[in-house]
Write a protein that binds this ligand. Structure first.
Ligand code: ADE
Length: 403
């Protein structure tokens, strides 16, 4: 990737010679050139600013040096050939009034072959420079955050680092890019290293156990919890749901089948690691539609998004038994007690005369089993209704008083 930075303080960009970005420059992965804006001012004092029209505090950067500097950058095109359209960089102008710079934008910029950065100082750059530049190359005005820096240089350091580390080969271990904050909309999980106990503080047990599944679950939970605590704005609006009453309940119709199929796949995905198959997550649309006809299926939505579901019916062969199935909560809303609430609700739908609640789950689905047992269910001896599953039952507690 080619990078050109124009600044009145070229030395400010010296840190880009250090660490992984410096190494990437030396290895030729990044071709970065810093240009001094004052080289394009022609008076004795190399003046690049002047007072603002209309009055007001501070100085404004003059348009002339900027257009010359940017022409100079444009003229550095590698190998302009007769027929091909002229190659131009995307020009980034950092400023507190810009679009917020995010990981998504860093990814977009990392796909570009050539970026140029214009570091403003003082009260900013004459507005006509933005128009002039926009007629010659794509221009993006980007802000590092809602605060004011003295100039664009610090922002360029941050943006170049965020973009360059996404380029192939810049970070040795590409895997470390995957589970980072902002990569999938969640903040990073907490990390620990030796010693296992320090200052009377222990590393969480789960990390010492070597159970990769449990570690992955714990880390995911930590990411969701951290994001909810520190950056609730990053979570989808629906993530605010912590009780069924936050959602809209309906009896499912065949029109809900596609969404139910997706939710089922998402909820059954972790089962693959345990059983080598997705179970209910493999059902085709026709089977999902049949299920809606054969059961009383309830769906909970928020802003149109399907977030939870459960289905119930009288057990087809066991008398006075209420069958509960497909208890599902969207994965990113799990761990907030919604499943437990769904279960209680499914039980409350039981018809008169029901004496037993019945459900079925994977024999190795420890989280499900833990929740069902906590809710008073007991695992029936032997294999459950389907291979690799167990059935669980619970006696209906009669609430009516003796006459
Ligand atoms: N220049 C001055 N303040 C800035 C900010 N917040 N982001 C980017 N560039 C800036």
């Amino acid at each position: 990737m080619r990078l050109d930075v124009v600044s009145i303080f070229p030395e400010y960009l010296a840190p880009l010679d250090l660490s992984l970005i410096g190494k990437a420059r030396r290895e030729g992965l990044i071709d970065l050139k810093v240009h001094d804006l004052r080289d394009f001012a022609h008076d004795k004092h190399r003046t690049v600013d002047d007072s603002p029209y209309g009055g007001g505090a501070g100085m404004v950067m003059k348009p002339g040096p900027w257009s010359e500097a940017l022409e100079h950058v444009l003229a550095q095109e590698d190998s302009p050939s007769g027929d091909e359209p002229r190659k131009v960089p995307t020009l980034i102008i950092p400023g507190p009034g810009g679009e917020p710079f995010t990981q998504q934008i860093a990814r977009e910029l990392a796909d570009e072959p050539w970026l140029a950065f214009a570091c403003g100082r003082y009260e900013g750059i004459d507005e006509r420079v933005y128009e002039w530049a926009g007629e010659r190359m794509p221009v993006r005005v980007l802000s590092l955050g809602d605060y004011v820096l003295n100039g664009g240089e610090v922002a360029v350091l941050a943006m170049v680092e965020a973009v360059a580390r996404l380029l192939p080969g810049v970070i040795g271990n590409a895997e470390s890019l995957v589970e980072e904050s902002h990569e999938d909309g969640l903040l990073e999980y907490p990390v620990y290293t030796k010693p296992a106990e320090w200052d009377g503080r222990a590393v969480p047990d789960v990390l010492l156990g070597g159970n990769h599944r449990a570690i992955a679950d714990w880390r995911h939970e930590q990411r969701v919890q951290r994001t909810a605590e520190r950056r609730p704005d990053l979570l989808p609006p629906t993530a605010a749901a912590s009780a069924l009453s936050d959602l809209e309940e309906r009896v499912a119709t065949p029109a809900d089948a596609p969404d139910l199929q997706v939710l089922t796949r998402a909820c059954w995905a972790p089962e693959f690691a345990r059983y080598g198959m997705f179970g209910a997550g493999e059902e085709d649309l026709e089977t999902v539609r049949d299920g809606i006809q054969e059961w009383d299926t309830r769906v909970w939505r928020k802003d149109g998004q399907l977030l939870a579901s459960v289905r119930v019916r009288s057990h087809p062969t066991q008398e006075a038994t209420w069958q509960i199935g497909r208890l599902m909560v969207a994965p990113y809303l799990q761990g907030r007690g919604l499943g437990r609430e769904l279960l209680g609700y499914a039980e409350s739908l039981a018809s008169e005369g029901v004496r037993t609640f019945w459900l079925n789950t994977g024999a190795k689905s420890t989280e499900n089993l833990r929740m069902y047992k906590k809710a008073g269910y007991k695992v029936r001896p032997g294999e459950g209704e389907f291979p690799g599953t167990v059935d669980l039952t619970k006696r209906q507690v009669t609430t009516s008083l003796p006459e």
